[in-house]
Write a protein that binds this ligand. Structure first.
Ligand code: MN
Length: 274
């Protein structure tokens, strides 16, 4: 698969430092949103980028190698952050993957950064947030529209942290020739509606310009948090050879990964296409 991409990040208007970090180098595109303040959150997100950057230049991102990056990030975080200090980072992203001769996106997520896909004119959120507000939405206690203004909107329920093994979610989705993916931190999605994100992704052809415009609009809309975006376009892809293979698949490797789930949006897609 040939890809073209662009990326942008901004401290925003309120935070004193930028604790976000990003990686955009085939076969891996990701954002990391560090938590814990100076010399903790920024270190945590940078460690994630350093570990995943070891995959840069490979033809594909193998699932077990991606998972090893999560584990190495957690291990290094424990050694560099002072005892008693809380630090962690989200990681959300996509890797170029191959399975049975066809090309896929390996989508991975821990925390509340997000992966979206624009395909056939439809924008869908692939990742599912690990956040308190997502749990409240799932429980029917708040409406999705209330999430971005909720006082606990920044509270994540999973992250790469100084304690415990990281438990990211994974999805394997077929890569289409017209796909555009957006990987972003919550600083973008708390400021811009999905409808506005859709408009920019559909209206700005160049991925670098699209990433810059999304980040600039989020800052202009308030910039309450650090903002980061990576936009990835497929320049050429090998589609799956039969319909069965186009179903969202967890692949044979997810048995080794805790907490792997299928996104609700992909389940809808499966129902609609069968
Ligand atoms: Mn954030």
């Amino acid at each position: 698969m040939r890809t073209s991409w662009g990326s942008a990040t901004d401290r925003g208007l309120v935070r004193r430092i930028n604790e976000d970090a990003l990686l955009a180098y085939p076969p891996v595109f990701l954002v990391a949103d560090g938590m814990g303040g100076h010399a903790a959150g920024d270190v945590a997100s940078r460690l994630a980028v350093e570990e995943f950057a070891q995959l840069a230049g490979r033809p594909v991102a193998e699932p077990d190698e991606v998972h090893a990056c999560f584990r190495r990030t957690a291990r290094r975080l424990r050694t560099v952050v002072e005892a008693g200090r809380t630090a962690g980072t989200t990681v959300a992203g996509v890797g170029v993957a191959a399975y049975d001769g066809a090309e896929y996106w390996l989508v991975f997520n821990i925390g509340d950064s997000r992966v979206y896909r624009l395909a056939d004119g439809v924008l869908e959120q692939i990742s599912v947030d690990h956040s308190v507000v997502q749990e409240l939405i799932d429980a029917g206690q708040i409406a999705p529209e209330q999430a971005d203004e909720h006082p606990e909107r920044h509270v994540v329920t999973r992250a790469i942290a100084t304690s415990g093994e990281p438990a990211p979610d994974y999805w394997l989705i077929p890569a289409g020739p017209g796909d555009r993916l957006l990987v972003c931190t919550d600083g973008l999605t708390i400021e811009l509606s999905d409808a506005r994100i859709h408009q920019v992704l559909a209206g700005v052809p160049d991925p670098q310009e699209a990433a810059e415009q999304l980040v600039a609009e989020a800052v202009a809309a308030g910039g309450r948090d650090n903002v980061s975006a990576v936009v990835v376009d497929v320049a050429a892809a090998t589609p799956p050879s039969d319909m069965e293979a186009t179903r969202p698949s967890r692949g044979p490797w997810t048995d080794e990964v805790d907490g792997a789930t299928i996104p609700r949006s992909s389940l809808h897609r499966t129902e609609g296409s069968s």
